[in-house]
Write a protein that binds this ligand. Structure first.
Ligand code: GAL
Length: 370
């Protein structure tokens, strides 16, 4: 079918890894994104990338698309623009990754969180950025950036661990090679204490909406070695101060969370930069844990499942109105030509009550009717 207003062929299926054209016939530019549903419409917010390796930094901001059927996406423009003000945290040339948006039904605002690296600092900033809008497609106004949970202790550490690192402990850790080579040393019980006063590091992230309306920010902390599950405040603009450390020293990245039959499931990756690696699935009865790793959720041949179909998780999209229907969203990154990154959307299947993912060249939402 052709849409007469744009002359574009209407899509009726997903083709993971293929170019995915919007209503103007342009490959969708919403990398590391998330999808939210609001009043009958899905909104896909993601990183706007430009051509070449320069595209690994933010030159434009967060792009947004809308859709009623999840196949055909209309370009809604830039939802959050980077700033021309050199003093802004989100000045052009910063790194702005993995934006996610949630609607706050009390304040009636749309709140976006993202991983922010201020310009010029590489990945050393490890901050969270927050922006707010009246409408799902924006325009979003940048509110603040920070390292979350300054001055708060995790809910799942012992009383004896609740004290900042001493100067001599810090000196000893700083003398070790924290992030070089194949993770030679990881001080499992020290880094959250190091970061107590200034706030916890926050890199790869997602937002997760629980059925009680609470939203959680799940982020790579502690030099990427440990994930933090951090509850947001009632207005979603700051952390509430209640957070847990999960999988200390396991280096999970690219978190994406879902809840099914009362259980939480987390799909994540290992920590190998832009290069794909094997996905991991974990489960918990309570969001703050204890969490259990269940292995690799991908089904297929060794090569495919060893690198998650060449992709890295970014979000799990609950299909509206279908309680058992979830779409695994992942990115096939192309760091040499960032704008050409591809999207891998695959349906989640349940095997022995565990969410799993199988490659499909092409599929449509009827898979969820079976
Ligand atoms: C990946 C991460 C991406 C980006 C990249 C930079 O592991 O998931 O979002 O930060 O590293 O190397």
């Amino acid at each position: 079918m052709t849409d007469v207003s744009t002359n574009q062929t209407q899509l009726t299926s997903f083709r993971p890894g293929a170019l995915w054209l919007d209503n103007h016939g342009v490959h969708i530019n919403a990398h590391g994104g998330g999808v939210m549903f609001h009043e009958g419409i899905y909104y896909w917010h993601g990183e706007h990338k430009i051509e070449g390796a320069a595209g690994n930094k933010a030159h434009v901001g967060v792009h947004v698309y809308s859709s009623r059927d999840l196949y055909n996406w209309r370009d809604e423009g830039v939802a959050l623009a980077v700033s021309d003000d050199l003093g802004s945290d989100i000045t052009r040339g910063c790194i702005l990754e993995r934006p996610k948006v949630m609607f706050n039904s009390s304040t009636k605002k749309f709140v976006m969180w993202f991983h922010l690296e201020p310009k010029g600092g590489g990945y050393s900033g490890a901050r969270s950025g927050v922006a707010i809008a009246e409408k799902p497609a924006g325009p979003f106004r940048f509110v603040s950036s920070f390292r979350p949970n300054a001055g708060a202790w995790p809910v799942n550490v012992t009383e004896s661990e609740k004290h900042p690192l001493s100067a001599s402990e810090l000196a000893r850790i700083n003398a070790m090679e924290l992030n070089g080579g194949p993770r030679p040393y990881y001080p499992k019980h020290a880094l959250f204490r190091r970061d107590f006063a200034g706030g916890q590091m926050a890199r790869d992230m997602t937002l997760f909406l629980d059925d009680d309306g609470r939203v959680y920010h799940i982020h790579a902390a502690e030099e990427n070695g440990t994930l933090h599950v951090s509850q947001l405040s009632d207005d979603f603009l700051t952390p509430s101060g209640k957070f847990a450390r999960i999988f200390p020293g396991r280096f999970h990245e690219a978190p994406a969370m879902m809840k099914w039959c009362g259980k939480y499931f987390l799909i994540s990756s290992d920590c190998t930069g832009w290069a794909p690696n094997a996905a991991r699935i974990s489960t918990a009865e309570h969001i703050f844990g204890p969490w259990e790793e269940l292995g690799n959720p991908c089904i297929g041949t060794g090569a495919e499942i060893a690198h998650t179909f060449g992709a890295q998780s970014t979000f799990i999209l609950p299909v509206h109105g279908k309680p058992d229907a979830f779409i695994f969203m992942a990115d096939q990154w192309n760091p040499k030509n960032a704008i050409d990154g591809r999207y891998v959307w695959l349906p989640i299947e349940f095997h022995h009550d565990v969410p799993m993912i199988r490659w499909r060249d092409e599929w449509d939402l009827s898979v969820f009717n079976k």
